[in-house]
Write a protein that binds this ligand. Structure first.
Ligand code: FAD
Length: 274
C-alpha cells in the first residue's frame, strides 16, 4: 500500500465527537502516516484544532499534523500555537492562508501562506515538517494559472517540505501540475488530496466554492442513480479508487484522504485498491 494520511475536522458537539472517535477507531487500523486536523479561519476555532489533535494523538495513538491558517491571525497568536505544538512533541504542520470569513475586514499579520511558512521557519527552525496546499486546477482566486504556479513555488522556497493538493477528479490535472512545478525547479513531493464521494449534491456545492471540477460523465452517472444510495456508494468508490490507481501508477507519492470525519467512504475506496 502507498503511504496514506487522513484529514479530519474538529468536532463541536458531543455527537460530532462520537462520530470522529468512530471514524478514527476504524481508520487507524489502516496505519496512516499521520492524521491532519483542519483549522477554521478567523481564530474562532483556535483551540478546537489543538484539542482535536491532542485527542487523536493521546486516545488513538495517531501521529498528528495540525493545520495552521494565518488569515486573520497575528504573529503573537501564531507564535503561541507553534510553541504549544512544539512543546506537545508534534513534528508536522499543514500551513495555509485560509479564507477571510465574510464580514471580517482585516487579513491579520500575514497576507499569503508563503509568509506564514517563512515565519514558522524563523520561529521554530527545522522542527516541523511543513506541508502546503497545491491546486492542480488552479486556486479560484489566482490571477492566472502561471502566477498560481509561481506563488506555489514561493511557499516551497520559503521552507515547505511537501504539498497536499485540493481534491480533483481529473488525474491529468495533477500530472500536468507536477510537470509544471518540476520545470520551475520545485522538487518536493506533492500528495494528491482525495475526496471520497459520500453525498453528491453536497460535493457539487462544495466543488463550486473551491474550484474543483466534477467531470460531466461522473455527474451524469451519479444523477442517473438518483436516490439509490447503494448504487451511488458503489459508483463513488469505483470512480475514486480508479482515480487513485491512475495517480499511483503515474508516480504519486501517497494519498491524503478528506474523510469528513467518516470512515466508510474512505474505507470503501481503500478496499478496492488492495
Ligand atoms: P496561498 O498559497 O497564500 O494562495 C492564495 C491565493 O493567493 C492563490 O490564488 C495564490 O495564487 C495567490 N497568491 C499567493 N501569493 C501571492 C502573492 N505574493 N501575490 C499575489 N497573489 C498571491 N482552509 C482553512 O481555512 N483551514 C484549513 O484547515 C484548510 N486546509 C486545507 C488543506 C488543504 C490540503 C488544501 C488544499 C486547502 C485547505 N484550506 C484550508 C483551504 C485554503 O486555506 C484556501 O484554499 C485558501 O483560499 C488558500 O490557501 P493557500 O494556503 O493555498 O494560500
Amino acid at each position: 500500500m502507498p503511504s496514506i494520511s487522513f484529514e479530519f475536522f474538529p468536532p463541536k458537539t458531543d455527537e460530532q465527537r462520537a462520530q470522529l472517535d468512530r471514524a478514527a477507531q476504524q481508520l487507524k487500523g489502516l496505519e496512516p502516516e499521520y492524521a491532519s486536523v483542519t483549522f477554521g479561519a478567523g481564530g474562532s476555532t483556535l483551540s478546537y484544532t489543538g484539542d482535536t489533535v491532542a485527542h487523536l494523538h493521546r486516545e488513538h495513538g495517531l501521529t498528528v499534523a495540525p493545520h495552521l491558517s494565518c488569515m486573520g491571525g497575528t504573529r503573537a497568536e501564531i507564535s503561541a500555537l507553534l510553541d504549544g505544538y512544539r512543546a506537545a512533541g508534534y513534528r508536522r504542520l499543514v500551513a495555509l492562508r485560509g479564507d477571510l470569513p465574510s464580514g471580517m475586514a482585516s487579513h491579520g499579520d500575514f497576507r499569503y501562506a508563503a509568509e506564514l511558512v517563512q515565519f514558522i521557519r524563523e520561529h521554530t527552525g527545522d522542527h516541523f515538517h511543513i506541508e502546503v496546499a497545491a491546486y492542480p486546477e488552479t486556486h479560484p482566486q489566482a490571477e492566472d494559472a502561471l502566477s498560481d504556479l509561481r506563488h506555489f513555488k514561493a511557499k516551497v522556497d520559503a521552507g515547505a517540505n511537501g504539498a497536499i493538493t485540493q481534491y480533483f477528479f481529473n488525474p491529468d490535472a495533477y500530472f500536468r501540475f507536477v510537470d509544471d512545478i518540476r520545470r520551475l525547479g520545485v522538487e518536493v513531493p506533492v500528495v494528491p488530496g482525495i475526496m471520497p464521494i459520500s453525498n453528491f449534491s453536497q460535493l457539487k456545492r462544495f466543488s463550486d466554492m473551491c474550484g474543483a471540477e466534477i467531470p460531466r460523465w461522473i455527474a451524469k452517472r451519479m444523477q442517473a442513480h438518483g436516490d439509490d444510495v447503494e448504487a451511488v456508494r458503489q459508483l463513488s468508490a469505483e470512480v475514486v479508487a480508479g482515480l487513485c490507481r491512475r495517480l499511483l501508477e503515474g508516480g504519486a507519492p501517497g494519498l491524503h484522504f478528506y474523510t469528513l470525519n467518516r470512515s466508510r467512504p474512505t474505507r470503501a475506496v481503500l478496499e478496492l485498491l488492495h
